[in-house]
Write a protein of this length. Sequence first.
Lengths: 45, 718
Amino acid sequence: MSNVATIAVGLVIVVILVVAAYSVYRDHKSGGCPGCNECCKNDKK
Amino acid sequence: MSIRIALAGNPNCGKTTMFNRLTGSSQRVGNWPGVTIDRKEGRLKGQEGVTVVDLPGIYSLSPYSPEEVVSRDFLLNDRPDAVVNIVDATNLERNLYLTTQILEVGIPTVIALNMIDVIRKEGVEIDKAELSKRLGCPVVETSALKGDGLEELIKEVMAAPARGAGSYPRYSDGLEAHISKVSELIKGHVPDESVRWYATKFLERDSMALEAVPAEVAEEVEKVAAAMEKEFDDEADSIVAGARYDHIGGIISAAVKRDDRRGKETTSDKIDKIVTNRWLGLPIFAAVMFTIYYISITTIGTLGSDWVNDTLFGETLIPGVDEWLSSNDVNGVLSGLIVEGIVAGVGAVIGFLPQMLVLFILLVILEECGYMARVAFVMDRVFRRFGLSGKSFIPILVGTGCGVPGIMATRAIEGKKERRITAMTTTFIPCSAKLPIIAMIAGALFFQSAWVALSTYFLGILCILMSGVILKKWHSMTGAPAPFIMELPPYHAPGLFTVIRSTLERGWAFCKKAGTFIMLACAIVWFLSAFDWGLNMVDDIQNSMLSDIGMSLKWVFVPLGWGDDWEFTIGTITGLVAKENVVGTFGVLFGYAEPSEVGEEFWDIVAARFGPGSLGQLAGYSFLAFNLICAPCFAAIGALRGELGSWKDTGKAVLYQCALAYVIALIIFQFGSILLGGGFQIWLLLAAAALVGLVYLLAAKDPFKAIGRGLLRRPADE
């Protein structure tokens, strides 16, 4: 049971970390946008 | 016969509508701030060979922005046959400021007194004949929107080239004497019909106008300008601007009959009299900011943060996750990563979310109600003394949310040099990512005092002002600040939807960053703190890789008072990636997730590591000051690279930020330590030397002052 739980939790953590890393990478590619929408608001103004 | 007619006026005075009415055009003519725009041309309806040129909306004919350069170049160099100056009748004083300058160019001019229907509804009558007499040119009442007065306008415009230029505005005898002297000096060097305009612009020290004459003439003009400044005891551009407004004031009092509009002060006017007052403006701003921090960090926001820290994480989430992992026999390394790494690091940051949300709400309310526009106006007086203008305050204002859009907002600043200085210094103001550090230090060491946050805000402004003085002495940073023109919107209650949406957007950005970037960083910090170089898990953190890294670098910060503990060094280094990492790293290293033992909580541990009593508080404040002023996060450094144009200049800027942060933190700790009875340390000598160096940089003569005022020119500037 302990091995199964470790593998399952480990997989979940790996997925979370990969998604987080991809999100950071995507933000970096879009010019380091922190996602606060301030720039977009300025453009709209 | 072909005739060219130029349409000139302030932005949003109805010029585009007028252009479409006159030409029958339906094309969209845009005028967006910050974008270099060009003139538009069309044929005048019903008239053969008459071209109408729509110039960009401008406030003056000084070369402060790209639009003004386009309009000015067209009027001076292309010289249209006539100018239709469209004047917004609802804002006569500001619009006539441009009129006085257009009249001086010496081109036949017709005034289109636009929006006349609106002003009549407001109970204001404008004596057209008196206005025409005082301005020395025909005045036609129009409503571009309704198409009223256009026939008369076309008739006057077609007759204008034959009639010739009207009279110039005449100012006080003292100023006229100086204008005459300059006119004599420049005759032969500029077109005869524009001598008056050039003479006035030379007295204003208009750098682009000065390029029209040889250097020796410019030097003679400077002598006249200097004599005028001495006589009037004011700066040249202010003297001329003041004279223009005096002249306009005379015209308005003679030609405008106000039933009630000007006689009655609006509520906005009454409030502005107080909040933009020369003496009260700054103290009111300080009081407002104190109140905001008091509500968000000391009182209401803290209730939420205490609940998140104590109840949500302390009693529910961390014990729950820990218990679940233990009951399922999950591997110890994985449990450590989740509980002591991810949950502890992210939890320590998320714990400050309620305080930040309250702060965001209050800042959005201030921005939406119109107060922050007044603060920019108040700060203009202060900033101009330090080589910056109130326009530099707008990016700083945006930077309170996030440094990246703050740096990008500097694009709206016309002057290249001022723009670069502002981009380099905008991140000195505490952004939302730095707020957890402020709240942590205030909570751990200063009993959650709002004064800590307020002091960091003003420390940021102080650093910006000092940098304005220091950086303008650099070769690549010279240049006079452009005048700050900004319309103050009337006060109004902020919309509930806008406040909620803006707050949630900022809050979501914070949570997203905590759940991605900070989580990854905390996982790495945990890994480095849990293993040694042989990748063996360590029982004592002092044997970890992170400890070795921190120990090898901590000496750098010993003079700042917090270098004995390597954890602070590591926190500072991870903070260079993202500022929230400082708190996240402390969450991992100081055991945010560990159950409290003998009453010691996370904040108590942080406080204990800085040391006891007032010296510990001083070390904590020194740590805070360094982390707020030093190089911003990676994203902001990337944005800075975009604005400065090269990695070399960005490197210099980051080096300057770190050096200034070190000097400020050093001075704070070493001199503070002496005042608090901490005894003499050898580092005091270093602090004294740093203080002397800082004072020298501030007091040293500006070698580029003459160039900055536009009196001398270097080939490198062109």
